[in-house]
Design a protein around this ligand. Structure first.
Ligand code: PLP
Length: 380
């Protein structure tokens, strides 16, 4: 099997699975209970909090466990907007956010907020200065992703946050870091970012666990009400095994405090894929040149991506036609880039993880060449 859809989700690593299984068997007590086995369960959570915080360059008390990246984005965005409703009237974001962000902003626009979406250009770049220029006195929120999930654009999030704060230090700055965590190095405490979302299943942890960084002193009104877990930011009895799994992943990805991301291997795969694609006449690359090496988006002109996907699937090669959340709908990002229909219809996303191999890339390139011959019959 050649699984090349790691931006959709990843296979759980055996170290993470072992950690989860151990914790599941041992620490069943409720971490809010006052007796000792409850306290041991709480210690598991605090160990994981310290591990994840180290990977993000923040303090453990600035980190809150959540159910997923979507939930982190919802808590941060709704929490920030509600807390600033007395004066906030405007919001700015990019035009290629994940639905976990842009659907909330669409709703704020319907409620009367002045929401500005800064669209990517045809090369997949965002004009970062335009985000800053849009910030006004009444801008309660600026939200933008660190790494785009569909084409891999990397935003200079620390830089943008700094410029926004210089213009209006009351504007909440949220970053969706779901596709960046484990693949990009960031030290949040050295930035002006107020909140940052991550998700476990993009980095070899099961689905259903995420985390949210909230800078110390940054005020939000939590959208969920309940018990005092996660200091009221995300109430609900904690998923201790998965929290421990997220902590383990942080340790594996970032080697503890010496936060460093080794992407040398993925860069080699990326180059091999790009070199192979360059040999194919009907391939156009949709990812920007400086994109993360983990994501390559391209179009095979004349072949519908859905047909290509199933053709490759028969050879046990798994890629995506856009983001997993879009279920085959035209890519939100490529539409925002205003690409011609033919490129949108033929778009394919390949996404690597550290375990991807050169054999995977070779199998894919061979599969694409075969598709070019065999799918010619079903070309539009
Ligand atoms: N943000 C981005 C950029 C994503 O790619 C995803 C998942 O695809 C999410 C948010 C949502 O994360 P989750 O699936 O953990 O809810």
């Amino acid at each position: 099997m050649h699984y090349l859809d790691n931006a959709a989700t990843t296979k759980v690593s055996s170290e993470v699975a072992d950690t989860i299984y151990e914790v599941m068997k041992t620490h069943f007590a409720n971490p809010s209970s006052l007796y000792n086995i409850g306290m041991y369960a709480e210690q598991v959570i605090e160990t994981a909090r310290a591990q994840v915080a180290a990977s993000l360059g923040c303090k453990p008390e600035e980190l809150y466990f959540t159910g997923c990246g979507t939930e982190s984005n919802n808590i941060a965005i709704q929490g920030a907007v509600t807390a600033r409703k007395a004066w906030g009237k405007s919001i700015v974001c990019t035009g290629f956010e994940h639905p976990a962000v842009y659907k909330q902003l669409d709703r704020y626009a319907k409620e009367g907020y002045n929401v500005t979406f800064i669209a990517p250009d045809a090369n997949g770049h965002i004009d970062e200065e335009a985000i800053v220029a849009t910030v006004e006195k009444d801008t309660c929120l600026a939200t933008f992703m660190h790494v785009n999930n569909e084409i891999g654009t990397v935003l200079q999030v620390a830089d943008i946050a700094k410029k926004i704060k210089a213009k209006n230090n009351r504007t909440a700055v949220h970053v969706d870091g779901v596709q960046a965590w484990g693949k990009t190095f960031i030290q949040l405490n050295k930035t002006d970012i107020d909140s940052y979302s991550i998700s476990g299943h993009k980095v070899h942890v099961p689905k259903g666990i995420g985390a949210l960084y909230l800078r110390k002193g940054f005020h939000i009104e939590p959208p969920f009400l309940g018990g005092g877990q996660e200091r009221g930011i995300r109430p609900g009895t904690e998923n201790i095994p998965y929290i421990a799994g997220l902590g383990k992943a942080a340790e594996l990805l970032y080697d503890g405090q010496t936060a460093y991301v080794n992407d040398t291997h993925v860069k080699i795969l990326h180059k091999a894929l790009m070199d192979g694609l360059a040999q194919m006449e009907n391939v156009v690359i949709n990812s920007p040149k400086e994109a993360t090496p983990y994501v390559v988006n391209f179009s095979m002109l004349g072949i519908r991506s859905e047909n290509l996907l199933h053709f490759l699937e028969a050879k046990e090669i798994f890629v995506s036609s856009g983001s997993a959340c879009s279920k085959g709908a035209a890519s939100h990002t490529l539409l925002a880039m205003k690409l011609p229909d033919e490129r949108i219809d033929g778009a394919v996303r390949v996404s690597f993880c550290a375990e991807s191999t050169l054999e995977d890339v070779q199998a894919l390139l061979q599969g694409l060449q075969d598709a070019n011959k065999e799918l010619a019959k079903v070309r539009k």
